[in-house]
Design a protein around this ligand. Structure first.
Ligand code: ADP
Ligand code: MG
Length: 253
């Protein structure tokens, strides 16, 4: 039994069958990549895992419990944390203020906008946020405005904000999209470090094959809403169906 089990999931948008018969098992402590061409259904699948979308059919269970019918914040409390395709940080806040949000939420169960005033003077939350930034090696940037940082550092902060909630499963949707090569390589190193030091499970959607093959222990190839093949990186590289359906198409990237 994987930490995350997706069984026979289907999702339709009007006349479009975005997902059909999706089966996926993510083993605890591994990095599992989901790849596939644009429009394959990768983000839709991720949205079904975090309660943003409800599948029409099938089941999704995490740590032995169904996530279906639960609200996004309940799923988050079960131990699933998600990094979106575009950074979700508050650009006009400092790095420290951004980090205080998940620290506050982890202690009090949720972060409400009306909690903002009391949070700012909360010594315990400030100290926790400083410790988290230390762990992410971002302490020197704590008084910077988040918007002023490089894309790689924004992503680092955002991943750190997810990790501050101590999730069991970290979901990443194209974390290196639009990044310069140096920032991409920093993100790869960061994710490797996270997996090694924290033993966390990671499911990553990624377009960049360099990132996929640097990190993943298992790869699922999604094409037109259905898994085409699931295997080790070595086997995926040489798989004729994958070359035809995906790697060939992405050779221009
Ligand atoms: N909310 C939505 N309403 C209608 N169609 C959608 C919606 N979200 C995604 N789609 C469609 O579903 C298909 C899968 O999209 P998506 O999951 O975003 O693919 P990927 O992330 O693999 O690029 C695409 O054809 C997309 O246009
Ligand atoms: Mg997508």
């Amino acid at each position: 039994m994987g930490l995350l089990e997706v069984k026979d999931v289907g999702k339709r948008f009007g006349g479009l069958q975005a997902l059909s018969d999706v089966n996926l098992s993510v083993a605890e402590g591994t990095v599992h990549a989901i790849i596939g061409p644009n429009g394959a259904g990768k983000s839709t699948l991720l949205n079904c895992l975090v309660g943003k979308l409800i599948p029409d059919s099938g089941s999704v269970s995490f740590d032995g419990q169904s996530v279906l019918g639960r609200k996004p914040h309940e799923i988050n409390q079960m131990g699933i944390s998600r990094v979106f395709q575009t950074p979700e940080i508050f650009g006009d806040l400092t790095v420290l203020e951004n980090m205080m949000i998940p620290c506050f939420a982890a202690r009090d169960g949720a972060f409400e906008l009306n909690a903002w005033g009391s949070m700012m003077g909360d010594r315990e939350v400030v100290e926790k946020a400083e410790a988290e930034l230390e762990e992410m090696r971002m302490a020197d940037k704590r008084h910077m405005h988040a918007a002023a940082m490089s894309r790689g550092d924004k992503r680092r902060l955002e991943i750190g904000m997810c990790l501050a909630q101590r999730p069991k499963l970290l979901l990443l949707d194209e974390p290196t999209a639009g990044m310069a090569r140096a920032d991409t390589n920093n993100t790869i190193d960061l994710l490797k470090e996270i997996q090694e030091n924290r033993g966390i499970t990671i499911a990553i959607i990624e377009h960049d094959m360099h990132v996929v093959f640097s990190l993943a222990q298992r790869i699922t190839v999604l094409a037109q809403g259905t898994p085409l093949v699931e295997d080790t990186p070595e086997n995926i590289k040489g798989h004729p169906k994958v070359r035809e359906a995906y790697l060939g198409e992405s050779s221009g990237h």
